[in-house]
Design a protein around this ligand. Structure first.
Ligand code: SF4
Length: 429
């Protein structure tokens, strides 16, 4: 067993918490840590989403490390309010502030922050990953805000959707399905507009869209909640289900079977029926799969990603007749391991680094690799067809705008896979 990580496959918890806060309307992420804890994630978000995200930081230095960072925290909250007037500030902890043991809740309780809600989000980076950070942030948001004087009128036919760390294009596809089914919904958190914002001058202080505080409050009244990524949002779904008695489910709608399951879940929760328009979309996906089967059948695939995305893609490539010979998760998890064993007899890398992935690729010899930009070096070295998926993808333009969720997303993904195979192996490869 190595005691060093080579080419890490995961990022730290605060990144996941920032991702979650970008989907809340007029929310400002405030990192309680040193400057680098905000600078490096911002660069990553800029390059993936091509959007100018803003992240504040309490800029802890040596003195705060010794005497505590509460003063920095209160001063930085007041600064953010004075400059940006946010509806909500999420205080995201880091390795440093968690190790110092700063009393974040106490500092927030003692302050007067006017109309801005300030919510502590604990994201100690020495455990878990960005996926854990997203999950923790969602849990903090719904635990703090849901049910706080929820309005009296209706809302019981709504469904809460917790998307996880997927792209704006993925969220749009899920909302497209919900609209076709006429299911009222609240997406928590909704990055479909905030991280794909139009350029309009004068630039507003916050982008339009995102989940409002009122929607978060009223999420308590929904009839059901579906987390698309169980590892990133599943805890919040369980909280809503446990506290308010709503039905909870988790399914990542990538591919035919998983999208069918998503629709079934919506039907069971709300009593609606699947419209003909969605049956046609499903039929088009099946048709696209038949069209590409001659190229995809029997191809050996290695898949790396966040646990739920990796599993969902592995299931979809199986539907395409491919053989998922390596399934790898950025984040170690017993649930991932159990589900992956049901999909493949091949290699399962549970929270291992990219060096381990490279060794597995050299040993198992797949023909196609799925992964984020960091996996490109492996694909190039081993001369594999390469499909970019997950976060971050910084070496392609527009990737974040296209969804792989739903039936339409399945068509897009089937096309991507097939074109990558054709590029690498030609018509008869
Ligand atoms: S691992 Fe810790 S020190 Fe490094 S960026 Fe993340 S929170 Fe900051």
């Amino acid at each position: 067993m190595r005691s060093v990580t080579i080419n890490p496959a995961k990022m730290c918890q605060p990144i996941g918490a920032m991702y979650a806060l970008f989907g809340i309307h007029a929310a400002a992420p405030l990192v309680h840590g040193s400057q680098g804890c905000a600078a490096y994630p911002m660069r990553m978000f800029n390059r993936h989403f091509r959007e100018p995200v803003q992240v504040a930081v309490s800029a802890l230095g040596e003195d705060a490390a010794v005497f505590g960072g509460a003063e920095n925290l209160v001063a930085s909250i007041e600064n953010v309010i004075a400059r940006r007037h946010p509806d909500l500030i999420g205080v995201i902890t880091t390795c440093l502030s968690e190790t110092i043991g700063d009393d974040i809740e106490g500092a927030i309780r003692g302050g007067d922050f006017g109309k801005s809600k300030v919510i502590p989000i604990h994201t100690p980076s020495y455990v878990g990953s960005h996926v854990t950070g997203y999950d923790n942030a969602l849990k903090s948001l719904v635990a703090d805000l849901s049910g706080n004087s929820a309005s009296e009128d209706g809302g019981e036919d709504r469904v809460n959707i917790i998307p996880g760390m997927i792209n704006p294009g993925d969220v749009c596809e899920v909302k497209h399905i919900l609209d076709l089914m006429r299911v009222p919904h609240t997406v928590i958190s909704d990055i479909s507009e905030t991280l794909d914002a139009p350029l309009i001058l004068p630039k507003p202080p916050f982008p339009e869209g995102g989940t409002s505080i009122d929607e978060l409050v009223n999420s308590a009244k929904a009839c059901g909640v579906i987390s698309l990524c169980d590892h990133a949002g599943g805890t919040a779904a369980k909280f809503l289900s446990g506290k308010y008695g709503m039905t909870a489910d988790s399914v990542c709608p990538v591919g035919v079977v998983n999208t069918d399951r998503f629709l079934d879940s919506l039907c069971n929760m709300t009593g609606v029926e699947v419209p003909y328009s969605l049956e046609k979309e499903r039929g088009r996906l099946i048709d696209a799969m038949v069209d590409v089967h001659q190229y995809t059948y029997g191809k050996r695939a290695a898949i790396y990603g966040d646990p739920d995305i990796s599993l969902a893609i592995a299931e979809f490539v199986s539907e395409l007749g491919m053989d998922p010979v390596i399934i790898s998760s950025s984040t170690a998890s017993g649930k991932f391991l159990r589900r992956a064993k049901g999909i493949t007899d091949g290699e399962i890398l549970n929270g291992r680094d990219l060096y381990e992935l490279q060794l597995a690729v050299e040993m198992v010899c797949p023909e196609i690799l799925f992964g984020n930009t960091h996996c490109k070096l492996i694909a190039d070295k081993e001369k594999l067809a390469f499909i970019r998926c997950g976060f971050p993808v910084s070496d392609r333009i527009g990737y974040q705008r296209h969804g792989i969720t739903g039936y339409r997303g399945g068509i897009y993904l089937a096309d991507l896979i097939t074109n990558a195979i054709l590029d690498r192996y030609g018509q008869h490869g």
